[in-house]
Design a protein around this ligand. Structure first.
Ligand code: IPM
Ligand code: MG
Length: 357
């Protein structure tokens, strides 16, 4: 029987609740599709800080390195905001991305017909939206040196460096070109080349690569305009290629086209080794432990894990279909609730997803 080792990182806030639902569904699809998942649950984020003082214990990183795929729920809690940066949950996440060399972050945004009215945008604007944000994840201003806080001229100064090498740009651009080639063959690269040197290099490299992908139509857009176009006419986009910081911001904005960030999965991939699959949303400490969370973004992240990370395509499709069915049947978690639908908590939603499988 096929076996896959999956490290589970429940993390903080609503993380453990949505992990429990997702794990149960994974066990059922695995059995039904004749493979075995060997789960290894590890401390990560705030939970790991509480347990051992570090958001990314060495044992967790090692377990991830030796797995076939890593499935993360969410991390973060305002309780840790005052700690030094190296002891915050977010630093653990950056360490995990860097430690597994996950330079490519894929964030698909599709509008499920059942949720067309959940968006704050008019349905005619978002109908048919199907785009993919390809965000560079291990470089740019998130990791650039020098950075820090210094005393200078009698006051304090904080600084970070936005930097990309040609190698870093080329490898993420290649991912985006390949994806675009398998989708509608349209690639829009987002930068701030009218101001930033790092963006001009980015643009030059994307243009240079375009000649090797003659079937892909390439365009460039400044990030401020892209932010506007995403809400003005999101259907113009298919694959959006962008750096770490711009991708962070634009992927949250793109998420809201769907009405709830609670529906969006993501995959972070390197050129070898396990991928990391996680919902785009955070740990939602305000609703944690109350059985109110929407588990569907994590279920859809598990589907991405099955499809991309473990090549279990049929099982992936089964999970995605269960989400579709439950929504079509009118079941909603609080974040998606609209008139005439039935409101469910996290575990009851899990039950419905199981039945729909
Ligand atoms: C994301 C998050 C992270 C990021 C935070 C939690 C460090 O916002 O995955 O988009 O900025 O990358
Ligand atoms: Mg973000």
């Amino acid at each position: 029987m096929r076996q896959h080792r999956v490290v589970l990182l429940p993390g903080d806030g609503i993380g453990p609740e949505i992990t429990a639902v997702t794990k149960r569904l994974l066990e059922v699809v695995a059995e039904r599709h004749d493979f075995q998942l060997i789960f290894d649950e590890q401390d990560f984020g705030g939970a790991a800080i509480d347990a051992s003082g570090s958001p990314l214990p060495t044992s967790t990183l090692e377990a991830c390195r030796h797995s076939d795929a890593v499935l993360l729920a969410a991390i973060g809690n305002p309780r840790f905001d005052a700690l030094p940066r190296d002891q915050r949950p977010e630093t653990g996440l950056l360490g995990l991305r860097a430690g597994l060399k996950l330079f490519a972050n894929l964030r698909p945004v599709t509008i499920l017909p059942a949720l067309i009215n959940a968006s704050s945008l008019k349905s005619e604007v978002i109908e048919g939206v199907d785009l993919m944000v390809v965000r560079e994840l291990t470089g740019g201003i998130y990791f650039g040196q020098p950075k820090g806080r210094i005393e200078a001229d009698g006051e304090e100064r904080g600084f970070n460096t936005m930097t990309y090498s040609t190698t870093e740009i080329d490898r993420i651009a290649r991912v985006a070109f390949e994806l675009a080639g398998n989708r509608s063959k349209k690639l829009c690269s987002i930068d701030k080349a009218n101001v930033l040197d790092v963006s001009q290099l980015w643009r030059d490299r994307v243009d240079a690569m375009a000649s090797s992908y003659a079937d892909v139509e390439v365009s460039h857009m400044y990030v401020d305009n892209a932010a506007m176009q995403l809400v003005r006419n999101p259907r113009q986009f298919d694959v959006l290629l962008t750096g770490n910081l711009f991708g962070d911001i634009l992927s949250d904005e793109a998420a809201m086209l769907t009405g709830s960030i609670g529906m969006l999965p993501s995959a972070s991939l390197g050129s070898e080794g396990p991928g990391l699959f996680e919902p785009v949303h955070g740990s939602a400490p305000d609703i944690a432990g109350q059985d109110l969370a929407n588990p569907m973004a994590m279920v859809l992240s598990a589907a991405m894990m099955l499809r991309i990370g473990l090549k279990e395509t049929d099982a992936a499709t089964a999970l995605e279909q269960s989400v579709d069915r439950v929504l079509q049947a009118g079941f909603r978690t609080g974040d998606l609730m609209s008139e005439g639908c039935e409101r469910l908590g996290c575990s009851a939603m899990g039950e419905q997803l199981l039945q729909a499988l």
